[in-house]
Design a protein around this ligand. Structure first.
Ligand code: MG
Length: 174
């Protein structure tokens, strides 16, 4: 059984743009047609990966590479929403309930705002917990400003057994 209480975890991911013109851009489970894709072993969904990393960190389960090795052919071209689902299951198996995740992505194009609700809904369904997405432009700063890639940061909160009971007793959603 996991220790009681709540824990936070931090996640970060960065992917460079791919030279392959046929590679789609996938962010938060949304496919952006006609946009440059990101290089990666899976679908390179940098938003989903940062969320996975944060959830695993909160549960003390290491990092995404331990669960989904980027040399394992099983994960080649993988749908990262499925990876998020598996990671959230691993967190629950370890005795922790995902409470929420907050993720910020730095990207200049496309605009995220029109797709935010869809991204959040898909991530939420995969993780079984609310995931909030915010987006920022690079303001021309550094490698992200030169359009070399996309980065995302995330923070996750997970609850252990006793805190789940406390929250259920107080009438708050568990
Ligand atoms: Mg990644």
């Amino acid at each position: 059984m996991a220790e009681h209480g709540m824990r936070v975890g931090q996640g970060f991911d960065i992917h460079r743009y791919s030279d392959d013109p046929d590679r789609p851009l996938v962010l938060g489970g949304v496919r952006f047609e006609g946009q440059r894709g990101l290089h990666g072993h899976s679908d390179a969904d940098v938003v989903a990966h940062a969320c996975i990393e944060a959830l695993l960190a909160a549960a003390g389960l290491g990092d995404i590479g331990q669960l989904f090795s980027d040399t394992d052919p099983a994960w080649a071209g993988a749908d990262s929403l499925e990876l998020l689902r598996l990671a959230a299951d691993a967190v629950r198996d370890a005795g922790w309930d995902p409470v929420n995740v907050s993720c910020t992505v730095v990207i200049d194009a496309p605009r995220i705002a029109p797709h935010r609700d869809t991204m959040q809904d898909r991530l939420n369904a995969a993780a079984g917990a609310p995931i909030n997405i915010t987006a920022r432009r690079s303001e021309g700063v550094g490698a992200l400003g030169r359009g070399e890639g996309v980065a995302a940061w995330a923070v996750a909160l997970v609850a252990g057994p006793s805190d789940r009971q406390d929250r259920a007793g107080s009438g708050e959603p568990s």
